[in-house]
Design a protein around this ligand. Sequence first.
Ligand code: PLP
Length: 407
Amino acid sequence: MNRHDQLLDAARRRLIQNYRQAPIILTRGEGAYVWDVRGHRYLDMTAGIAVCCLGHSHPKLSVAIALQAGRLIHGSNLYFIEEQLLLAEALTARSFADRVFFCNSGGEANEAALKLARRYQQVVAKKPEKITIVSAEGSFHGRTIATVSITGQEKYRKNFGPMFGPTKFVPFGDVEAMRAALADGTACAVILEPIQAEGGIIVPPPGYLQAVKEACVATGTMLIFDEVQTGVGRTGTLWGHEQEGVTPDLMTLAKGLAGGVPIGALLATDEAAEGFVPGAGEAVTHASTFGGNALACAAALTVLDVIEEESLLANCREAGEYLGRALDKLVEKYANVAVESRGRGLLRGLAVKSDAPAIVAACRDKGMLVSVAGPSTVRFVPPLLVKREQIDEAVEILGGVLAARKP
Ligand code: PLP
């Protein structure tokens, strides 16, 4: 058996079978390309699912991680960690937030947001009746029990009950439905993605997030923006909500924040942050063993620096518009298979009439990695430093795949 087959055999025998991986084994990457163990090269328009914002093996990120690994990887939150404090300063200087809690993933950041919001309402606002979490249909917030409970897609919740609750789901983009959900005054928090990503790259109508914020303020409901996928430059501004002229009480981050090193963060205003306290002699209200460790924070600090040094927000906007226009043309040309191109910055989707997974597989066979978002959307989330030539290459591959498909 060759190496590729041996490893696939190990995967079949030794992994819990929760994933449906494509049969390639990635072994190295550079910029917007990755290679598998057989030496096949792929143009990477997935970037580890919107994670590798600096592409693969960015020299500054690799060096920063290596240097930090040689100095201190982990010290625990029993003590202060220099890189964590610097990162908290960097994130608050660049956002609405005053304070940060660090963890290791998007699901964990959303868990932290839910706990903070609940405790804020119960202890700080003294409104114990405000317990309902309001979320949007089609949303995605993670895979833990609480985060699947607030995810507005039944398929992620099925057979895992009972769920965390109470929850209410409202159609995404519908202001009246949101107002109605908040009207009885029992909502603890509203959680929304500024652009729904896993749900199929759905951009809400202009003014929606602002109107939701007003409804939250009027009813004493906390507003959480889940920017796990839209954050860290993905939509062309550092945070997705910036383009909507509205700020939340809480924001969650993960994915691109440390360019591929696991990290999650909950950002909060001073007021909202009062929901967590260390406790007097009792257990602290929230904690994480690994959260904010020196290695992950050093990586994240480097990501923020490189985004600025290399003008990656501007590149994201330009490359994103270029990609959006190219996808629009594919919709015109292949109207028998493609329905619509959606998105902002480098969070883009091509909605297709049928079988997005088959299109993704065909693209992979032709040397390009894309993924699905929702049942019928092909998702493009390339590194923020992707070049026009690489987008041309991607669109040519996708065009070839669409041309070969029957209506
Ligand atoms: N929230 C959003 C908007 C996401 O897109 C994701 C992951 O895709 C998550 C939360 C969960 O993040 P993680 O897989 O890091 O737990």
